[in-house]
Design a protein around this ligand. Structure first.
Ligand code: WT7
Length: 577
């Protein structure tokens, strides 16, 4: 079938009038001050995410409206109203305050998608604590690294995650004062005896709210610090990019262990007072179609890997279901192939709307919005309040380039409310992200003559697997712990479903033989230490790894060789390879 290069939209034909009808007009009229006035705020100019997400609705006409519809992995459903959620959040906040948690303390959360996670995150925010979410598929090593970097005071988890992830390193996290197992009897007693009223900490927009760890090419993960004022951007982008309307049933499939699952799985939908679906179970094509159908999902925010898995499962499964309520579908996190946009149109009856952002930007920056024509393969255009441009780095600084059809590094004019305010303890690294009032994203992009942005690639060696950023250094460090390993180099190997898989190259110490059995041992070691989300899926032995003269492993060269691509500039390569 011949496919057009543009999917034309007619705003008058859309089932619900979109919040954003005319991008250019709205961009011209927009101000962040006006966006802030759509929220309530605390008396005296304060702002707290949990107040906007929960208390504002619990004390108003939406008190009985369902905030969360939790679908248990075992099959049960629990509907939690805004009023009920407020009670649970307050009990959690009281419990934390009772344990000595005060403004600025770090509360880490390592839970699956269970209701207690939502009460913990929002309760901690009400205390003025900084919330650091952890992905439940992280192994003990990534967990320990992050808790120690963030000086975690409390860790909220479950009994089984404690056994599998925490116990082995429990004695190696000196700042931790309390570990709460939310499914344990001790916790239940404390929780049930905590009052359901709580006096909120008087936070202001610049007070820290979340600490999200993200990976770079070198060194340990970076803790991106976010503030309570970010809720203004989450509300505005929920309105423009996700088109949330009061009666929507919204499903964000991202896990709250990553920023998409907090910004858009918790904050944005609750700030809009809509009903969110929370599914405890892992991906399953039939289950997902059933949720879309039976829960009558109207707005769906998911990721390319999930869409590719649905495509792989075949149209036969999809045809058993109907989605007449579904009105808008968006995707984020990795490049969305044009075929996936068209698949949406054929199978769901709607094109998939790609959008772009990063842990550092806190919220959606560039998007395909409902009334906009979609060019399959493009990430869309900057939202109201966001100024994007393409820059080239020069020795003396940066240069903003051209008007029509330009390619280079994507940059954003600094100053939107959800922008990160620092990398924890790494001021210099933070400052290096900015030049001439612009935040430099590290992504390469193209802007076409119509102002649409297209993803080109990343400027660094970070790996994106199933939408999750993985730092090669963290993986290499764990492989190096093994007595047989002399050196390790880790790359992302292209994969048709998850985008990239983690592949490691290792050279062995004298006396070790590169045998299949050792490979299995190394894979098992990495899995145990790093967890399934981060560990390599493939390992290859090499007699020696290519290094620069300064001793750095040349991951780019490993990758070029793996892919059979030109090896590029080898002038810094050390010795013969
Ligand atoms: C990196 C950010 C996804 C938001 C939260 C997680 C890549 C993101 C797209 C897209 C192509 C994308 C970029 C970006 N990315 N969205 N629509 N098309 N690539 O953010 O884990 O910090 O990852 O994800 O490389 O820099 P993150």
């Amino acid at each position: 079938m011949a496919r057009a290069t543009v999917i034309r939209k007619n705003a008058a034909e859309l089932r619900v009038a979109p919040n954003l009808r005319d991008l250019d007009a709205e961009r011209a009229a927009f101000s962040w001050d006006a966006a802030r006035r759509e929220l309530q705020g605390l008396p005296g100019g304060g702002l707290n995410i949990a107040h906007e997400a929960v208390d504002r609705h619990a004390s108003g006409p939406r008190a009985a409206h369902v905030a969360l519809r939790w679908l248990a992995a075992s099959g049960g459903v629990r509907a939690i109203s805004y009023a009920e959620l407020a009670g649970a959040v307050n009990r959690f906040a009281n419990l934390l305050r009772g344990l000595g948690v005060a403004k600025g303390d770090a509360v880490f959360v390592l839970c699956g998608r269970i209701p207690e996670l939502y009460a913990a995150v929002l309760g901690a925010l009400k205390c003025g604590a900084v919330v650091a979410p952890l992905f439940s598929a992280f192994g003990p090593q990534p967990l320990k690294t992050r808790v120690n970097l963030g000086r975690g005071k409390v860790l909220v988890t479950t009994a089984s995650l404690y056994e599998r992830r925490v116990k082995k390193v429990a004695g190696e996290m000196p700042t931790l004062e309390h570990v709460l197992q939310v499914d344990g009897a001790d916790f239940r007693r404390m929780f049930d005896s905590s009052p359901a009223e709580f006096e909120i900490e008087k936070t202001v927009p610049e007070d820290p709210s979340f600490l999200h760890f993200t990976s770079g090419t070198t060194g340990m993960p970076k803790g991106a610090v976010h503030v309570h004022g970010a809720v203004v951007a989450h509300h505005a982008t929920g309105k423009y990019a996700l088109d949330l309307h009061p009666e929507d049933v919204f499903w964000c499939t991202a896990d709250p262990g990553w920023i998409t699952g907090t910004s858009y799985g918790i904050v944005a939908p609750l700030a809009h007072g809509v009903t969110s679906i929370v599914d405890e179970a892992e991906f399953d094509a039939e289950r997902w179609y059933r949720i879309l159908q039976d829960e009558r999902v109207t707005v769906w925010y998911t990721a390319p890997t999930a869409i590719r898995l649905l495509m792989k499962a075949g149209a036969g499964i999809a045809r058993q279901f109907r989605f007449p309520q579904l009105r808008f579908v968006a995707s984020v996190g990795e490049p969305l192939n044009p075929e996936a946009v068209w698949w949406g149109k054929e199978v769901l009856g709607l094109p998939i709307h790609d959008n772009w952002w990063q842990t550092e930007t806190g919220g959606i920056m560039i998007a395909n919005t409902p009334a906009m024509d979609v060019k399959p393969g493009s990430m869309g255009k900057p939202l109201p309040g966001i100024e994007a441009c393409i820059v080239h780095r020069k020795n003396s600084g940066i240069e903003i380039v051209g008007n029509d059809d330009v390619e280079g590094e994507l940059a954003l004019r600094a100053g939107w409310p959800s922008m990160f305010r620092g990398y924890l303890g790494e001021e210099a690294r933070y400052r290096k992200c900015f030049a001439d009032g612009l935040y430099l994203t590290g992504d390469l992009a193209r802007r076409d003559a119509d102002g649409y942005y297209w993803f080109v690639g990343r400027a660094d060696d970070v790996i994106k697997s199933a939408g999750h950023l993985i730092g090669p250094f963290e993986v290499e460090s764990v492989l190096m712990e093994h007595p047989a390993v002399a050196e390790a180099g880790v790359i992302g190997k292209p994969d048709p479903v998850v985008g990239e898989i983690v592949k490691a190259f290792v050279s062995l110490k004298a006396g070790f033989v590169p045998a299949e059995e050792l490979k299995m041992q190394l894979l098992a070691h990495a899995r145990k230490r790093l967890g399934a989300a981060v560990a390599p899926k493939e390992i290859a032995f090499a007699a020696q790894l290519p290094r620069t003269r300064s001793g750095k492993i040349m991951r780019r060269l490993l990758k070029a060789r793996e892919l059979g691509l030109p090896e590029g500039d080898l002038s810094t390569l050390e010795g013969p390879t």
